[in-house]
Design a protein around this ligand. Structure first.
Ligand code: HEM
Ligand SMILES: *[C@@H]1O[C@H](CO)[C@@H](O)[C@H](O)[C@H]1NC(C)=O
Ligand SMILES: *[C@@H]1O[C@H](CO)[C@@H](O)[C@H](O)[C@H]1NC(C)=O
Ligand SMILES: *[C@@H]1O[C@H](CO)[C@@H](O)[C@H](O)[C@H]1NC(C)=O
Ligand SMILES: *[C@@H]1O[C@H](CO)[C@@H](O)[C@H](O)[C@H]1NC(C)=O
Length: 427
């Protein structure tokens, strides 16, 4: 821990933290500047994390077995997209639930934690592009295009584009990086703040409000999500109830988190939230609502205090994945639906109650908001732009997508977006 603090202290924060307000007359950044550790706490993880467990055993995901093909994705290639399949299939011992051991890494994503606990990803929590793309298709029937998109986002922001490896939780640079000694610098991981992980999550607290822990499941927040869902609709978990709860989470962060950052990348959080009702329910959107299904994926067990304790995430028994694959246009449609229900401004706090809206144009985002009339295709193109441009980030914005990373991202994503009609970047 000490080493980490020393490394953080040697990192000089820069005003580029707020690129759209840097040097703007009349904007008072003294609140942030007066407390330098506020900026440090927001910095991406800069040094080795001695608390991150080391597991010398890296088994890899369970290999493809023709007897249990699921949606048929092998080695990161496209599968059939035909779901409605029971997961794990009866008899498929390789994908039975096994709780993580003390040296296995888990993180902020219930979808990935569940996948690792069922060997769809390597159970030590160190995974790679091929595993991520196949796991999402075979387990959840996420369509190939969306599976590639999310995996590429994850690896570009939080992993290594040469090895394509990614830690689904804490910093494991020595196992993910092309440079295991870390002399090129430490690379992030899914826990890293303001990369993929962001403020106002469903069941994780904001980084700044929880001493840097934005990845641990919070039982009181899960209880809150359930309460809001129940009070909002008899459908319990659907796009309407999740929209309300997400807005409530944004409003709470806005009021409480002096370092709230909600940049254009936060659109991905709407997408992640849609997985609750599009991917976790039995048979996805066809499925009947059932709090126990959602609880099992989040690892939530009710306790006597009216809150929830956490146990390892798992697939509910007898569960079937959604019949029709969930692709980029589908997730874009859910974002398009959720955002205007409670149109929150993109931007960030510079001190409690001092919110600055993003006022530079990014794609179709103007004056910190999406236009009133927006189509799913517009959102899909915006997702592409987010993945292939440097967008305002709280810290280290300039280096977010170095050229080698951008080149790799374009190589992966351009084929996926080839038929969308979105303007594509060449370099
Ligand atoms: C390569 C694939 C994926 C990566 C790298 C990934 C990564 C992440 C990350 C970093 C977060 C935290 C975002 C935040 O700060 O709120 C997150 C949240 C979430 N993810 Fe994933 N994810 C992936 C795929 C999936 C899939 C396939 C599902 C479901 C089937 C899923 C379900 C969720 C849910 C429900 C949340 C919200 C959790 C919360 O806010 O409490 N993810 N994911
Ligand atoms: C909603 O809340 C009420 C009151 O607490 C409870 O009786 C009911 O079972 C809940 N409904 C669902 C579907 O969980
Ligand atoms: C969040 O705050 C905005 C602005 O005050 C308000 O319009 C919206 O209804 C709030 N969201 C919820 C879920 O109450
Ligand atoms: C952004 O807002 C600041 C402060 O209100 C203003 O001075 C600046 O000109 C704005 N920038 C743009 C590009 O509109
Ligand atoms: C953004 O704000 C500026 C200044 O208030 C205004 O002139 C412009 O029309 C706004 N753009 C949109 C798309 O609302």
């Amino acid at each position: 821990m000490l080493l980490r603090i020393l490394l953080l202290a040697s990192f000089a924060p820069s005003i580029a933290a707020w690129p759209w307000v840097a040097g703007v007359p009349g904007v008072d950044l003294s609140v942030i500047q007066a407390i330098p550790e506020n900026l440090l706490k927001q910095a991406r993880q800069m040094g080795p994390d001695p608390t991150c467990p080391f597991n010398p055993d890296h088994p890899g995901a369970a290999p493809f077995d023709v007897r249990y093909p699921y949606t048929g994705s092998i080695g990161g290639l496209p599968g059939t997209g035909v779901g409605g399949v029971e997961v794990p299939s009866p008899g498929d011992m390789a994908h039975q639930f096994t709780p993580p051991g003390p040296n296995d890494i888990r993180g902020p994503c219930p979808g990935m934690n569940t996948a690792a606990n069922h060997n769809f990803l390597s159970r030590d929590g160190i995974t790679n592009l091929a595993e991520l793309v196949s796991a999402q298709q075979n387990l959840y029937n996420i369509a190939y295009d969306l599976a590639v998109f999310i995996a590429v986002r994850g690896i570009a922001l939080d992993g290594d584009v040469v090895t394509t490896k990614l830690s689904i939780g804490c910093d494991a640079t020595e196992r993910t990086s092309v440079d295991p000694t870390g002399t090129l610098g430490h690379e992030p991981d899914l826990n890293a703040h303001n990369k993929f992980e962001g403020d106002s999550s469903l069941t994780r607290r904001d980084y700044f409000l929880n001493n840097g822990d934005a990845f641990t499941f919070q039982g009181d927040m899960f209880a809150d999500m359930y309460r809001v869902a129940n009070a909002t609709s008899s459908e319990l978990f659907d796009r309407d109830t999740i929209s309300v709860y997400r807005s409530q989470r944004y409003n709470a962060s806005l009021a409480e988190n002096p370092n709230l950052y909600f940049g254009p990348k936060a659109l991905l959080l709407y997408g992640a939230a849609s997985f609750v009702y599009e991917a976790f329910l039995v048979l996805g959107p066809e499925g009947t609502l059932d709090i126990s299904t959602i609880s099992t994926f989040f690892g939530a067990v009710p306790n006597a205090a009216g809150s929830y304790d956490h146990i390892p995430e798992r697939i509910p028994s007898g569960w079937r994945n959604r019949r029709v694959a969930y692709g980029i246009l589908e997730v874009a449609e859910e974002i398009r639906y959720q955002y205007p229900a409670f149109p929150e401004l993109f931007g960030g706090n510079v001190g409690a109650g001092n919110f600055l809206a993003l006022n530079t144009t990014f794609g179709i985002i103007q004056n910190g908001t999406l236009p009133d009339e927006v189509t799913a295709k517009d959102i899909a193109c915006l997702l592409y732009q987010l993945a292939t441009n440097n967008v305002p980030g709280a810290i280290g914005n300039e280096a977010e997508l170095p050229l080698d990373v951008l080149t790799w991202v374009l190589m992966q994503l351009n084929p996926i977006f080839a038929n969308t009609g979105c303007p594509l970047r060449v370099t």
